[in-house]
Design a protein around this ligand. Structure first.
Ligand SMILES: CC(C)(COP(=O)(O)OP(=O)(O)OC[C@H]1O[C@@H](n2cnc3c(N)ncnc32)[C@H](O)[C@@H]1OP(=O)(O)O)[C@@H](O)C(=O)NCCC(=O)NCCS
Length: 180
């Protein structure tokens, strides 16, 4: 299966409703699975709601993995800021030394997802690496993400790429960090 990565900036994601529909379909399929068990309509709600707002954040870039025009996976990254809702949430739920060390000038990796039939072929790793390179080029020297402890494949991917646990923000929800 040949890998094709396409990158979309925030303007493209905001403008292109068809792209967001395609991303919604993958989101719905991937995050319907355990441990997420999101309801099917969540994909559309997310892709036409939170994703559009995130697309306005600094250095937003969506990376899509495609084969013959079929979207098989995606991930995105942004530059974080110390006064975002997300930073406030981390400050409220992680030890002070973690927020002091990791927030400010950091990158954020979000929503890495690969369709079940396309897994184990390197798409997830390639999407991760593309976002990490983008965040580095955008000026971040470290990155954070939040993942479910029960998401074993994602945890294995992150551990193999230098991420480590920083703090459990809520039961089962782990903040991880990595130097870039
Ligand atoms: C996590 C996910 C994106 C991995 O996608 P993928 O295309 O199968 O990943 P790859 O084939 O590129 O594998 C990447 C690495 O993860 C490891 N990995 C992937 N699945 C694994 C599994 N089930 N068990 C152990 N390791 C696994 C691979 O061994 C590989 O390691 P390597 O790069 O050192 O060889 C995919 O399983 C997925 O979409 N999961 C559901 C969504 C999710 O949990 N996203 C994370 C949200 S924070």
């Amino acid at each position: 299966m040949s890998l094709e990565l396409r990158r979309y900036d925030g303007d493209a994601v905001q403008r292109d409703e068809t792209l967001r529909d395609r991303v919604a379909e993958v989101y719905a399929e991937v995050f319907a699975e355990p441990p997420y068990a999101e309801p099917p309509e969540r994909g559309r709600d997310w892709a036409h709601g939170p994703l559009v707002r995130h697309a306005m954040l600094p250095a937003f870039e969506l990376v899509c993995a495609e084969r013959e025009g079929v979207l098989l996976g995606f991930a995105y990254g942004v530059l974080g800021s110390e006064d975002s809702w997300f930073a406030g949430y981390i400050r409220d739920h992680a030890p002070r030394e973690v927020s002091d060390r990791w927030l400010g000038g950091h990158g954020e990796l979000a929503e890495l997802a690969v369709r079940p039939q396309a897994r184990g072929l390197g798409f997830g790793g390639a999407l991760h690496d593309a976002v990490a390179v983008h965040l580095t080029e955008a000026g971040a020297d470290r990155a954070i993400l939040v993942t479910q402890i029960a998401a074993a494949p994602a945890r294995a991917l992150y551990a193999g790429r230098g991420w480590h646990d920083l703090a459990e923000l809520a039961p089962g929800s782990m903040l991880m960090g990595r130097s870039l």
